[in-house]
Ligand binder design. Structure first.
Ligand code: DNO
Length: 403
């Protein structure tokens, strides 16, 4: 590649010392940086400098830098702007200062109410024998109507889904029901799991919060923290809702191109940016990802490359990285155009991967087994090189000027 053609920064998510994929194996993936978090610190508490440095030392011992925090989680009190939200905002600012003092510059978070990413099957069989993550509306309705037993939940589903959920639930064994609950609550490895009881309590807090109110709470959060991030040189990156639509009767406000443009307008600092997750956003057929990337431009601070296959009912599974609804060539081209306009490499990671080959026999974190991600990374890396070579050769002609 031409000296002046800039590539994205290749990173890999690691869940810390308990991750079944050790750092010495990640070295063989050929990535340049690590994405991780202090998962053992409860949501809302300050991340002390000592703990951040300890993690950095673990990474450095294997030759890595901590490139991106994923995630510095926003406490539910801040999302609902209730309870101790002022204290949690101050804690958040302090954690940002501490991270900056340690030289960490990119921080991911999300504003999904109650549950982070949600799937209904983490073992969905692919035709080639590998396993994928899957989201199915009927299974979600089984969980919501019959296991969580949320009041008035029926109103949030199409009558045909309610009917199918009733039949499916009646045929389920107790272990199957337990598996569905565990799957919905899988969350983030190493962090506290929800229970049906705790979820009911959390849902209660959103009774008065509609999409407009939640957007206002997000805008308030950004007005409170973006100036601190800007002062200390941190780039915030909000992760989209996964799936990108309302679930459990909760508003989801980080799902569409409009949402993302609104969010960058809530605080004008460049530090207020986006984690562009192609898999999350790609599950919504209305999202035109290359166009969204183009519009967001340099406000994209971090990229997750992942793909999905949807069916007519809106169910989807996670497909191979280059083979799904998302046109990865076009999306990657947009990001590489953006990259040519800025000096610092924009970090990306291969998001999720199929459980495949030897990993089928191993205990892995859903979506985060090594080999499937390695396959995704290899494909993405090749795609990137091909596109950059095209840039060098002058095709597409407008690649450097059009952003
Ligand atoms: C799932 C992840 C998300 C993401 C958070 C970011 O695999 O992409 O859980 O880390 O939502 O805050």
């Amino acid at each position: 590649m031409n000296e002046s053609t800039r590539a994205l920064l290749q990173t890999w998510r690691w869940f810390g010392p308990a991750d079944p994929v050790p750092l010495r194996h990640i070295r063989q993936a050929g990535v340049e940086g690590i994405v991780t978090a202090l998962h053992h610190i409860p949501h809302g508490a300050v991340w002390p400098i000592g703990e951040i440095e300890k993690r950095q030392n673990e990474l450095r011992a294997e030759g890595f830098e901590w490139s991106v925090v994923e995630s510095l989680t926003v406490h539910e009190d801040v999302k609902t702007r209730s309870g101790d939200y002022r204290k949690y905002l101050e804690n958040y600012r302090q954690s940002l200062r501490n991270l900056a003092a340690c030289g960490i510059r990119t921080v991911t978070y999300n504003f999904m109410p109650v549950n982070d990413w949600t799937r209904t099957d983490i073992d969905y069989p692919m035709a080639d024998g590998s396993r994928a993550l899957y989201f199915d509306w009927v299974d979600l309705a089984v969980f919501d109507l019959h296991l969580l037993k949320r009041a008035n939940a029926e109103a949030d589903y199409a009558p045909a889904v309610v009917e199918k959920a009733k039949i499916r639930h009646a045929a389920m064994t107790e272990p199957e029901k337990r598996t569905l609950i565990e799957t919905v609550f899988f969350g983030i490895p190493g962090e506290e799991k929800s229970t049906l009881e705790s979820m009911r309590r959390k849902l209660e807090k959103y009774r008065e919060i509609d999409a407009a109110a939640l957007k206002e709470n997000l805008a308030y959060f950004l007005r409170e923290v973006a100036p601190t991030a800007a002062e200390c040189g941190i780039r915030l990156a909000i992760h989209p809702d996964d799936p990108p639509c309302d679930i459990f009767g909760l508003p989801r406000i980080v799902s569409t191109g409009r949402d993302l443009l609104d969010i960058v307008s809530y605080a004008e600092e460049e530090s207020n940016g986006i984690c562009f997750c192609t898999g999350s956003l790609g599950a919504n057929p209305a999202n035109d990802l290359p166009e969204m990337a183009r519009q967001l431009g340099t406000r994209v601070h971090f990229i997750h490359f992942r793909n999905v296959r949807r069916d007519a009912d809106g169910n989807f599974y996670e497909s191979d990285h280059l083979d799904g609804e998302v046109d990865m060539y076009r999306v990657m081209t947009e990001f590489l155009k953006i990259q040519q306009t800025v000096d610092a490499p924009i970090p990306f990671r291969p998001d999720h991967g199929h459980q495949m080959l030897d990993d089928l026999q191993k205990k892995t974190n859903p979506g985060y087994s090594a080999i499937g991600r390695l396959r995704g990374l290899a494909e993405l890396r090749g795609l990137q090189m091909g596109i950059l070579r095209g840039f060098d050769a002058g095709t597409p002609a407008s690649c450097r000027q059009s952003v």
